[in-house]
Design a protein. Sequence first.
Length: 120
Amino acid sequence: MSNFSVGFRSSNSIKVLDLQGELDAHTASELEAAIQKCQDEQHYHIIVNGRNLQYISSAGLGVFMAYIEEVREQGGDIKIAALQPKVFNVFDLLGFPMLFDIVETEEEALSKFHDAHEEG
């Protein structure tokens, strides 16, 4: 059984999802449920903190692709922060940095949302 969990935190109107463990075909539904919960609660500014994410498979990456368009249609975004180098490499190989804001720290992701909010 894979070891994976999603924690929820809020920072103003921004939801932070803390991923921990291994995100693969067996655990992707947990991330789907977390993002769906954010949408159900009308939270469309989402930061995924990957500081404790050990591994991601294509199924895990697919969850991000499945939701990004919906979230952006609602005026929001999913920003990805604090990935470990080996996990970032998987995102990078598949071209995710061209589709998503992938930043070094959660603080940087928060400031990008705040900057966008001030401009909009």
